[in-house]
Structures are given as C-alpha cells and as structure tokens.
Design a protein around this ligand. Structure first.
Ligand code: GRF
Length: 192
C-alpha cells in the first residue's frame, strides 16, 4: 500500500479530485490532508470525503518539528502540494528528497516565483497576451517553483478569454493529469 499526504491552503478542488481518483484503488491511500488555513474549504471537503484533515499553524511548521513529526509518523511515499501557499522548510525538503511534488497553474519557468499564485498567475498570462498556458508538476526544493519539472500540459488561450476562463481551462488540465502523474510516480517507487 502506497501512502500520500496532501498539503493545501484553499478550496481543495484538486485534493477532492485526487481523493476520488484513488478511492476504489486498493494500492494507494490518502493518509491525511494538512492545511495551514484554519477555515480552508479543503477541511470541509475532507469531512465530506471522510479523510483526515489537519490544521497547523506557522509555529508548528517553521519553528518546531511538529509537522515533520506528523509526517514521520504517517510515513508517506509521496507528499503532494495541491494549492499549498507556504514555502517548504529546508529540513523537510532534505528529509524527503524527490518525495515532495507541487502543481503550478502555468508553464514554469514562466509565471512562477513568490507572489505568483491563484488568479494572479492567470491575470498575468492574460495581460501579456499569451496564446497558451498550462500546468507544471514539479519536485519541490527550498525555492518557490524551482524544482525539477516532472510534467507539463498546455492549453490554448484566446484573446476573448478572461482570467477566469483561463483559470477554468487550467483547472481542467489539473484534474485530468495530476492524479495520473501521482499514480505513475508511486508505481515507479519501491515501498519504504
Ligand atoms: C491550483 O490551480 C493549483 O495549480 C495551484 O493552486 C490551485 C489550487 O486550486 N497551486 P484548488 O484549491 O485545488 O481548487
């Protein structure tokens, strides 16, 4: 049995999609969803989906080993950031080399880095008159959006698209590809 731990900060529609993808597959389990937002919608989704949803604060994440301790006890094969907005501390990155992945709603290295998240990304894509955008799934290192790229998928942007339209197209790509890439990564790994 392979175990995934998810981190999310907001709505969690990707979390829900990933959980649903793996429900009914006997070889992968979602051990927990961790969030840094006490009122994040993702916690409601966890309740509805009957999976563990845990909130932690800045102290637990950056100043003590609390979150690291939770991870140690869960022993995940893969840690998946799905709309998680805090930088991963260096000790966590070093403890889980090549085991933490993130999804970014654009074609990195473009439209990445600090402050480039959520609608800001899609608004920037629109403002610059891009004709395509997409998703990037990548390994996480100690810098925002800079780890090695695992997978990218593209979608067309037309001049009449609003930033919301672009966000919608990107979300569709995320729902289609993210669970499959997670599954692929897990099946390529030995159990720990
Ligand atoms: C997604 O667009 C993801 O690429 C980005 O944050 C968004 C999360 O959306 N990192 P949701 O919370 O899964 O709906």
């Amino acid at each position: 049995m392979k175990k995934i731990v998810l981190f999310a900060s907001g709505s969690g529609s990707n979390v829900e999609n990933i959980v649903q993808f793996f429900q009914g597959k006997s070889n992968v389990t979602i051990a927990a969803v961790l969030t840094n937002k006490r009122d994040a919608k993702v916690l409601d989704r966890c309740n509805n989906l009957k999976i563990n949803g845990l909130y932690f604060n800045r102290t637990a994440f950056y100043e003590t080993d609390c979150v690291l301790g939770i991870l140690e006890s869960l022993r995940p094969d893969l840690i998946v950031l799905a709309g998680f907005l805090w930088r991963i501390p260096l000790d966590m990155v070093q403890r889980y080399p090549d085991k933490i992945i993130n999804i970014h709603p654009a074609l990195l290295p473009d439209y990445g880095g600090k402050g480039m998240y959520g609608m800001r990304v899609h608004e920037a894509v629109k403002e610059n008159g891009e004709t395509e955008t997409g998703i990037t799934i990548h390994y996480v290192n100690e810098n925002y959006d800079e780890g090695a790229i695992i997978y990218q998928a593209k979608t067309e942007v037309v001049s009449t698209d609003t930033a919301e339209d672009i966000a919608h197209k990107v979300h569709q790509l995320e729902y289609e590809h993210f669970p499959k890439i997670i599954e692929k990564l897990l099946s390529a790994r030995a159990v720990h």
